[in-house]
Every structure is written in C-alpha cells, then in structure tokens.
Design a protein around this ligand. Structure first.
Ligand code: SER
Length: 587
C-alpha cells in the first residue's frame, strides 16, 4: 500500500465515524517550552485535552508530521527514522476505551484486512498511580482476541506521556502485528525487542494530568489519544525488510543507489542520508520554517545536515546529491503537505548554503581529526581539541564523538562544554536537555534580552542619526538588559520614546533571528557591527535580525523577534565621560 492510500483510508474511516479532520500542526510547538519539536499528534492538542473546547468538536482526526531525534544513533537500521507521520484520532471527553478499541479493531481487520490471528495486544498491568486495565483487556477479548495474545505490562511499556514534563497522560493499550510463530525465549512478549511483535498503534486513555511535583491528578475530561506511525504501518503491511522500502523513500533510495559507486556495503550510510535529508526538508519547509543555527531547533537541523554530508562524503557521493534528494522529497510530499511545495526554493537554498558552509571545512576538519588521533593520550580527545574542531571546522560535538567512536576513541565532553561556556555561547547541551523535556531556563529570557540589545543598538543609531555609536559595554540578566554606548549628551524624552517605538515595531514584524558563520573580513564587508580588532582570519558568527540589525556575536538569541514581548527603557543615565547607559526590560 502507498502512503497516500493509507492516509486517505485512515482519515476517511474516522471521518465516517464522526471525526473532524484537522490540519497537521507545525513541527515547532506553539506553547510548549519543554520540547523542541512536535513529537506526536496529541502534542498540539494539549489545551483541548486539558478541557478547552475545540472549535471542530469532540472527535478529531489527522495526519501529523513529527520529529523525534532521541534515537538518532539507531537510524540506519531497518525501522528508525527521525521524521515520521502519525495518523491519529482523538476523543475529547467523548468516547472512551470501548468505542476506541472497537474502531481500531474494525479499521485493522475490516478496512486493512489484517488477519485477526496476527494481532497481539498489551494493556497496563497497574501500579500505585493507576489500576490494572481490565476494561481494555475485556474489550479486546469481546472482539475475539485470544487471552494468550493479551499481555499485561508495566508503566515502562503501557503508559503514555506526558509529552513534556507535565500534562495529560494515562495507561495505553498497544496493538502489535505478530511477525512469526516462534518465541525468542520463555516469556517472550511485546516487551522483548526480538522482533516477533511489531507495534503499529497506540491507544492512550488520558485520564491523568501529571503535575510539576510528579503527582498524577485525575483529568476532569477523559480523552482518547491514538497514534499510528504511517511508515511503520506500511512497512508491516508490505512485509518489507526495512522502512526504506516504503514508497515515500523509493525514488530517493533509487537515486542513492545510482550515485554510489564504491565497493562496500553502504546500506547504513544511504539510509542515514535519506532520513536526515527528509527531516531537514520538513524542518526548512515548515510553516514556521527554521534555518540552521547553533541553538535549539536550528542546531538539530544543522547537526542533521552536517551528519548527512559527512556520510555522503564517506561513501563518495557528491554534496550536490543532497539538494537533489530534497527536491525529490518536495515532489513526494507537496500534495500532503502544501507548505513543502510552497517553500521549495527556500528549502533548497538553505540546504545548499549549509552544505557549502560545512563542506568547505569538512575535509580540513577530518584531516585535523586524523592528526589528533596520533597525538592523543589514553585514547581520549581533549575538550579543547573537540572545541577546536567545533569552532574552527564547524564539527558539531556529536559528530566528533561519533567519529571518535568509529576509531574506538572517547571524547572529553565535559571539557568541551567547559570550553564552550568559556566562549559564552549557549551550549547545545542546553538544547539537548530541553529536547529531552527539561524546562525552559532563565537562559531563554536572557537570550531574548540579548536580541533586544541588538535591536536597541540599531535603533539608537537610527534615532540619534549617528552611525559612529557602538557598544561600550553590555550586561544582561534574566530580568533586564544594561547597555553602554558612546554618546555625548543625555537623550531627550522624545528620543527615548522613539527608540522604544522603533524596537517594538521591529519586534512586531516577527523577524527571524538568523545566524551565519563567516570570516571577519566578510562580516566587515557586510557591514556587521562588532569589534573586529585583531581577529583577522577568524571565523565568526554573525546574527541578523531581518534587515534591521547585523552583529558579530556569540549568541545565544531568540529565534524570532515575535517572542520578545514589549520593550521598555527603564533608565537612561551617564556611565562615564562620553558614555551613556540604558537599562531596559521586556514585558
Ligand atoms: N501519543 C501517543 C504516542 O505517541 C499516541 O498518539 O504514541
């Protein structure tokens, strides 16, 4: 079966059962600081799962684009991908276990014609937070699933959520396809990783809200949240050996087969390239499109593109193949996800730019890495050396760790982080943590104020009509910014008001904050603000905010001015002779 067929069949079935079809939400979550990407169809629906009324009613269905990079190291095997589509249906305080299970069964057996003998089920075995789920087990038995195909498993397997640290969650019942007769061991069950049971669908019965202090409170409204991985389902239905045989990958795998011309098994590398470029295409083409950067989502995107390029080089594929692959995906997905077609130029353009950036230094970095290997002690690369690979050659630390592992070497990650901190950049460790579900920290507020500082400098130059104004000092806490600049007299009240208005009008334009790396010379040529001094030959980061501001800077910054709120100057005073000091806040 083709992806388009399964999408339509699924949606049609649930529409016929009273569900309203909703659009896939953006990959960038709207109101959730605890995760970087949308990881499941329920994610954008959290407010409605918590009780807010959905305009389209109590029964919803959709196909949601999702990203999960937690298993990025597994990509290359038969089943793992960093991007996937999730088919889902929801009951917002409408039907519950019985009806949900019945619809799932019917869809699988009557619509997809799956042999019911091939279906196995798991249900929650119960613990101190919630009782054993006998209701679900009975529903399955009543539909004719044999008792020995129903497994009771603990929270680790049969509990879903919350998506971040807090929020709706509950016991689930998972549906598996039995792929063979033999057990792998005594007590073989869907909890084993032996491959006998392939999970295809997860029905979550959201009855609880996990609070920040780790308690499970009953939700006022009982919901159903189900999710079926589209690619996984097609792979299972088709009886394929790997998910890369699914039709959405076929043209890409064909192209890769054609261009690879080396005498070894390149299956893993080709799959990594196919996966990473697909994910990058969706990130770049998203309605809230992101671009490669050194923080948060942009950093994950950068890592994926750079990793794909490294593997392309490793199997002697031209870097030009990567945008070609992206173009194939755009064709494949543009009907189901119109934004991908609409953003075609941007996707290809940004991809090419990032590839160019890294390709220039990749080979030199690899040579440096080879050199390093000869000099290291205790089979360990120092944090400083890893930082140099990052800073000078653009190697994300994960790539260095991966390269090292391929040679049986470790990397002093803590040492790297320390160097990173020293350079006053927000460590990607921060974003990784957030990605894992940590809460947003004060760093985010600081980043916003930092972005506001850039806007302030640009506005001062304009309002005071003085291009020789530059930064004499800056100090930012989570609460406020303090900015010193050269100017010979106090600002008038009107000027202060005008500066505020300029900054706020830029904030309202929802301008993207982008970061690119370039030589100091190039930065100067482009008119970037910043101390050029004696940094001749160095590669620096330049942050741009639309056409309004361009500064050499280490970051971190907000990704878009729209996140800044309202800018307000709280004080303007003298700092020293010829230097003024402004304090400001974001409200
Ligand atoms: N939220 C559940 C999952 O991700 C079901 O959609 O599996």
């Amino acid at each position: 079966m083709k992806a388009s067929e399964l999408r339509e069949k699924y949606i049609q079935y649930f529409v016929n059962h009273g569900h309203a079809r909703i659009k896939s939400a953006s990959l960038i979550p709207d109101n959730d600081p605890t995760v970087l990407f949308t990881t499941a169809g329920m994610h954008p629906l959290v407010p409605y799962l918590m009780g807010e009324k959905h305009p389209l009613g109590k029964r919803l269905t959709n196909v949601q684009k999702c990203i999960r990079t937690g298993d990025i190291d597994e990509v290359g095997d038969n089943t793992h991908c960093t991007f996937f589509e999730m088919l889902g249906n929801w009951s917002l305080g409408d039907y519950f276990k019985e009806e949900s299970i019945k619809m799932s069964y019917e869809f699988l057996v009557d619509e997809l014609k799956i042999d019911k003998e091939k279906i196995a089920i798991s249900v929650f075995e119960g613990d101190e937070d919630a009782p054993r789920d006998e209701v679900s087990a009975k529903c399955w038995k009543d539909l004719g699933i044999a008792a020995d195909k129903i497994f009771y498993l603990p929270k680790k397997h049969n509990w879903w959520g919350p998506a971040g640290l807090t929020g709706p969650c509950g016991p689930d019942t998972e549906i598996f396809i039995i792929t063979r007769e033999e057990d792998c061991c005594d007590g073989c069950s869907p909890a084993c990783n032996c491959g006998k049971y392939v999970e295809i669908w997860n029905n979550v019965f959201m009855e609880y809200n996990k609070t920040a202090d780790g308690k499970y409170e009953p939700l006022k409204q009982k919901n159903v949240d189900t999710g079926m991985g589209l690619e996984r389902m097609l792979f299972t239905l088709g009886g394929y050996k790997s998910v890369y045989e699914v039709d959405v990958f076929t043209p890409v795998m064909k192209l890769l087969d054609k261009v690879v011309n080396i005498d070894k098994d390149t299956t893993k590398e080709k799959r990594i390239i196919a996966d990473h470029i697909r994910t990058a295409t969706f990130m770049l083409g998203d309605e809230k499109g992101i671009t490669p950067s050194n923080v948060d989502q942009g950093y994950i995107l950068r890592r994926l593109i750079r990793r794909a390029l490294r593997f392309a080089r490793q199997i002697e594929i031209s870097p030009d193949t990567l945008p070609e692959i992206s173009a194939l995906y755009i064709e494949i997905y543009k009907d189901a996800y119109p934004e991908i077609g609409e953003n075609k130029e941007k996707i290809i353009d940004e991809l090419k730019k990032e590839i160019d950036r890294f390709d220039k230094t990749l080979n030199r970095g690899l040579a440096e890495f080879e050199k390093l290997k000869q000099y290291i002690q205790n089979n360990r690369i120092s944090g400083k050396a890893a930082f140099r690979l990052y800073d000078t050659f653009g190697f994300p630390i994960e790539i260095t760790i991966e390269l090292a592992a391929e040679s049986g070497i470790t990397v002093d990650k803590e040492g790297f982080d320390a160097c990173f901190k020293e350079h006053q950049q927000k460590s990607q460790a921060g974003s990784e943590q957030r990605f894992k579900g940590g809460l947003a920290d004060a760093g985010e507020q600081t980043a916003k104020l930092h972005t506001a500082t850039h806007l302030l400098l640009a506005a001062l130059k304009k309002v005071l009509n003085d291009n020789s104004i530059y930064q004499r000092g800056s100090n930012i806490t989570a609460e406020r910014l303090r900015f010193d600049f050269n100017f010979g007299r106090p600002l008038t009240e009107e000027e202060i008001k005008e500066v505020e208005e300029q900054v706020n009008s830029v904030i309202k334009q929802n301008l993207k904050v982008t970061c690119s790396e370039m030589s100091v010379e190039k930065a100067r040529e482009e008119g970037a603000e910043g101390a050029f001094g004696d940094r001749y030959g160095e590669v620096v980061k330049v942050y741009s905010i639309g056409n309004f501001s361009k500064e050499i800077c280490g970051g971190p910054h907000a990704t878009n001015t729209k996140d800044l709120g309202t800018f307000k100057i709280t004080k303007e005073q003298s700092s020293s002779a010829g230097v003024r000091r402004i304090r400001a806040v974001l409200e």
